[in-house]
Design a protein around this ligand. Structure first.
Ligand code: ZN
Length: 198
């Protein structure tokens, strides 16, 4: 990209490191940014830097938040005795959109994948087990229905069984290999309501 000056090339190359942004999109975005009012560009850059610096894990459920405790965990109306285990904060958001789930969550930040070298200690499993020392009635496993998601679900249920806490798995209304965040709310609700005890 020698036909662009150094700073334009740098902008394009930084943008192209983002997921889903190829060389062409990066160029398009770069020229869009160059045409934006300086103030808007500052707002955009500021939002990125602020979010990156201030967003961290909720100390209870490990979802992403800029407070010490996320809005769901700090809501007195949520049932803290029911914990839904999800792979990512995006999956949590998918269930929140249904507006029907009243329990709390636990975000694993990944799934067990021997192929990719991701083991139980690489996700927030130990933290889940620590939470189960408190008064918990049910753990709903809502990992994706991919191989990794199923492996993780089995692993978790084996860990929890000896504690006597009820463990359930969301129904398979969710298509195999389906990514929770792309599934419509009705299907998600059906999967939740039709969950089976493990
Ligand atoms: Zn939380």
């Amino acid at each position: 990209m020698e036909y662009y000056s150094k700073q334009i090339s740098r902008l394009i190359s930084e943008l192209s490191t983002l997921p889903g942004i190829g060389a062409k999109s990066a160029q398009r975005l770069a020229f869009h940014i160059l045409n934006m009012p300086t103030e808007e560009v500052q707002n955009l850059a500021g939002a990125m830097v602020d979010a990156r610096q201030n967003v961290h894990y909720c100390k209870h459920c490990f979802s992403l938040t800029d407070d010490e405790v996320c809005p769901i965990c700090s809501n007195p109306n949520r049932n803290k005795k029911v914990i839904m285990v999800v792979e990512s904060t995006r999956d949590l958001a998918a269930y929140e959109k249904t507006g029907k789930y009243e329990g709390v969550y636990h975000v694993l930040h990944g799934a067990i994948s021997p192929l990719q070298g991701i083991g139980p200690t690489d996700i927030k499993l130990k933290e889940l087990m620590q939470r189960l020392q408190e008064d918990v009635d049910e753990v709903i496993i809502a990992t994706n229905s991919s191989l990794e998601g199923e492996t993780t679900a089995m692993y978790i249920s084996k860990l929890i069984k000896p504690t006597g806490i009820k463990v359930s798995r969301i129904a398979s209304g969710v298509p195999v290999g389906g990514d929770l965040e792309y599934i419509d709310e009705v299907t998600l609700l059906r999967a939740l309501e039709g969950r089976t005890e493990l």
